[in-house]
Design a protein around this ligand. Structure first.
Ligand SMILES: [Fe+2]
Length: 425
């Protein structure tokens, strides 16, 4: 593979500083409509208070970009203990003596100042694996981006959350150039229910498929090494399963509706998020379902969930730039909205809109090596977690790629997860 032209350290450093600033700006924009009480409030035992997330973002930045590569002492002694995600389960985070209010805001700023000082000093051409090609900076950017999504999970529960003026984001973002409707446009059915209740399928050829991430760009350890898998041919849903199709399953099987659905009193459904109820849009992908529900739907439909290798093979060639990602629309887009971003096999919305549950447990690839620390993914390997793929409307665009593996407990519904089904060909 040809190597990208060498960029000078100075321009790379400038680009890194700009991207760090952009990431922080987004984090703060999402939280701007909230007051300190809302930032500190525990909305759910399975989600951290937003003040913890903010402090954790700053502390993780201090740990890696200031202490580890800059060799500096921590600003606040062993504060890091409180922000260790493994030491402190989500249900305990609200009662920890974490930084709050003005102290928290000062900490974010002090860390960022030091981060930029260290960035100025480091040698990005160094042989150190953490610094080479700016790896540690990519890691930190992805971390903040990913925490935006966790914050958005909580923001779904905040009564009367009003995004700052200017949202949906302006059309300089390719996904916002008029193809994606804003959250407020999502009210009400735009097509008759019966026209979207079934979805057609596209064929993925059998044979050898390359999966996982190569070494030519940033990726997490769990995506590596890239390797070949042999797959039998299969059919995959052209789009994610829609609300209309899922509603039919709920009616016929008497199962619980997805999170945030409630009856409208006339036999239909309302969806309530951010404190506002709207008629459920039948043509949008179903979202906020757990793995067990996705699996039960697939069996009800006479199909099954794809393995993650099947999902990745079906995703090959999908265009990230035209996907509904990056919090642009603050909601899903109707199934079939971005046909121009379809993958090589013709599957649409493989990237963006909703994370897609797969049948697979979160296991290491053959030849896996933990880097830079086992707590990122290695400690989660095993049959407790299921893999999700593709990213959702709430995922920053920079985070997502066909090989990106997300994982969560199969009972979780607060995440932005939907699914699509497959059938053997
Ligand atoms: Fe984190």
């Amino acid at each position: 593979m040809p190597k990208a032209p060498q960029v000078t350290s100075a321009s790379t450093k400038e680009a890194i500083a700009t991207r760090l600033e952009e990431a922080r700006e987004r984090t703060l924009l999402l939280l701007e409509p909230l007051d300190d009480e809302q930032l500190n409030r525990v909305y759910s035992p399975i989600l951290s208070p937003l003040a913890w997330d903010l402090g954790h973002i700053a502390n993780f930045e201090e740990l890696w970009l200031v202490q580890t590569i800059g060799g500096r002492e921590p600003l606040h002694g062993d504060l890091g203990r409180l922000y260790d995600a493994i030491e402190n389960p989500r249900k305990t985070r609200g009662s920890l003596p974490i930084l709050r209010d003005a102290e928290l805001r000062d900490y974010l700023e002090e860390v960022r100042e030091r981060t930029l000082e260290v960035l100025d000093e480091v040698d990005l051409d160094s042989e150190d694996a953490l610094l080479r090609d700016g790896f540690v900076y990519e890691l930190l950017l992805a971390h903040e981006h990913q925490h935006n999504e966790t914050m958005l999970q909580l923001l779904q529960m905040v009564e009367r959350y009003e995004p700052v003026e200017g949202w949906p984001l302006p059309p300089n973002d390719p996904a916002a150039s008029g193809r994606i409707r804003s959250g407020s446009d999502h009210r009400g059915p735009s097509v008759p229910w019966e026209h979207v209740a079934g979805s057609d399928m596209v064929l993925v050829e059998g044979g050898g498929h390359e999966v996982g991430a190569g070494s030519d760009r940033f990726s997490y350890d769990n995506e590596r090494p890239r390797h070949r898998v042999e797959l039998a041919p299969f059919w995959i849903d052209r789009t994610p399963v829609t609300n209309a199709a899922y509603a039919e399953f709920v009616e016929q099987s008497c199962v619980e509706p997805p999170m945030y659905w409630e009856r409208d009193g006339e036999g239909g459904w309302l969806r309530t998020a951010m404190g506002r109820s709207e008629p459920l849009a039948p043509d949008h992908p179903v979202i906020h379902v757990c793995w067990h529900e996705a699996d039960a739907y697939a069996r009800w439909a006479g199909k099954r969930l794809p393995t993650e290798a099947e999902w990745e093979a079906a995703c090959a060639g999908a265009d990230r730039e035209s996907a509904n990602l990056d919090q642009v629309a603050l909601g899903t887009a109707p199934a079939g909205t971005h046909a121009e971003g379809a993958s090589d096999c013709g599957a649409e919305q493989m990237l963006g809109d909703v994370w897609e549950w797969t049948a697979s447990d979160f296991e290491p690839y053959p030849g896996f090596e933990a880097f830079p620390y086992p707590e990122y993914s290695e400690v989660f390997f095993g049959d407790r977690y299921k893999v999700l793929r593709g990213g959702a409307w709430a995922t920053r665009r920079n985070v997502i790629r066909p090989s990106f593996r997300n994982w969560d407990l199969p009972e979780r519904r607060q995440i932005f997860a939907g699914f699509r089904c497959v059938e053997d060909a």
